[in-house]
Design a protein. Structure first.
Length: 385
């Protein structure tokens, strides 16, 4: 783990040589890139294989997966999505079908030198925006979900069920799969739409409390803990929509990675958040945290296209994970299926909408602003040290 805290700690304990070694590693660390595909585990094995092998061939290092149920049918260009039941239909009763499906996806990633970031739950399922899941049904009021002791205990039990799931493919619990899992998120977009809780800087310590629970279950594992995008997408310019690096989270020892989510549409808006007045790099570096763009997407109606927006990340050496490179056709392609749940940000594997392969190559050759040694797969040719 890199940061001012560690550097000074090393300097005190081991002297100047250790600092020099740390600096060499940091200089050699490259940025990286990948994609979200929250329903990858619900696709037929052959489709998953083609998707993962294509992205690996482009040099992608990370895919972000979700512990989520799916419905059978057409989703974002994939016409053959299968139905996967939720982990919990009743809070506290676990159906591990979804974890078993994800485990097969993890095996495929491992064979291709790609690591996973796993989101254990979607906050948009608390509000009814995505669906109303077991937690939404039980706690009704989202404020209660983020403040009550019993809701926190229920959620921590879910985290434990996921992290201690015994992998059929690897013969170990997921918490011990640091070769294939880079990080667990606290949740996808925790505190989204909870403006009062954001403004009060997470008064019930939901974020750091859950990070501590994850860290406790992980024990000595090298798997990292990421925020998952506090408050949802960043938008310029008011505090409630610039919450990805909430002060409480920056100060939380159990958190390793600050996840940034954003759908800016404009390269200059991104620059404001990356290197400008609200630089996430400056804030994360000052707090000794890692920072990555965990979700970003480009719609055809955006001011700036994919190439212009992604250049902001690669020029600054900050890793990015696109929302979403999809295996099927994106909505801008001729023959795209209708009624297929598009959100307009998709880029198909063979789509001219954005040069994803070129952008991943540029990320891989960019010097990272922070060292990612020990985070990304060493198997995938990062050329460390
Ligand atoms: C949820 O609970 C909070 C805190 O008790 C309260 O202020 C808020 O009005 C409630 N929201 C709804 C939609 O009932
Ligand atoms: C990382 O980014 C920050 C913010 O833009 C900048 O001040 C710093 O010099 C950068 N460090 C490296 C090693 O590129």
């Amino acid at each position: 783990m890199w940061g001012p805290k560690l550097i000074s700690g090393v300097a005190i304990v081991l002297g100047a040589n250790a600092v020099a070694i740390e600096n060499v590693k940091r200089d050699a660390s490259k940025s990286f890139a990948g994609s979200n595909l929250y329903f990858l585990h619900a696709l037929p094995a052959a489709d998953q294989k083609e998707y993962v092998e294509t992205l690996a061939g482009w040099g992608a290092k990370v895919l972000r997966l979700w512990v989520t149920s799916t419905s059978e049918g057409c989703l974002k260009g994939s016409t053959d999505v299968s139905a996967i039941p939720p982990l919990e239909t009743t809070v506290g009763t676990y159906d591990t079908t979804v974890l078993n499906a994800l485990d097969n996806t993890l095996k495929l990633l491992s064979e291709n030198g790609i690591k996973a970031i796993i989101s254990p739950h979607n906050a948009n399922s608390l509000t009814g925006d995505a669906s109303c899941d077991a937690y939404c049904g039980k706690y009704t009021n989202v404020t209660t979900f983020y403040s009550s002791t019993s809701a926190k205990a229920d959620y921590d039990n879910r985290l434990e069920a996921i992290l201690t799931y015994e992998s059929p493919n690897f013969g170990k619990q997921w918490k011990d799969l640091s070769d294939v899992i880079m990080a667990f998120d606290l949740q996808n977009e925790p505190l989204i739409k909870q403006d009062a809780l954001i403004s009060a800087n997470d008064p019930d310590d939901w974020l750091c409390g859950r990070a501590g629970a994850l860290r406790g279950i992980l024990g000595s594992s090298d798997i990292k803990v990421a925020t998952g995008g506090i408050g949802g997408s960043q938008y310029c310019c008011d505090a409630v929509h610039e919450a990805n690096l909430l002060p409480k989270a920056l100060a939380c020892d159990a958190l390793d990675i600050m996840s940034v989510h954003g759908y800016m549409g404009k390269a200059t808006d991104w620059a404001y958040f990356i290197t400008g007045d609200k630089s996430v790099l400056k804030q994360a570096n000052a707090a000794g945290k890692h920072v990555m763009i965990e979700e970003w997407g480009v719609s055809t109606s955006n001011t700036d296209n994919f190439d212009k927006q992604v250049a902001v990340f690669n020029d600054a050496g900050v890793p990015w994970i696109y929302w979403q490179v999809v295996p099927g056709l994106d909505g801008s392609q001729t023959g795209a299926p209708s009624s297929c749940g598009y959100d307009s940000y998709e880029i198909g594997l063979n789509s001219p909408k954005g040069d994803v392969a070129g952008a991943i190559a540029a990320a891989n050759s960019a010097t990272a602003n922070q060292s990612w040694v020990g985070y990304v797969s060493e198997k995938s040719g990062m050329g460390y040290i």
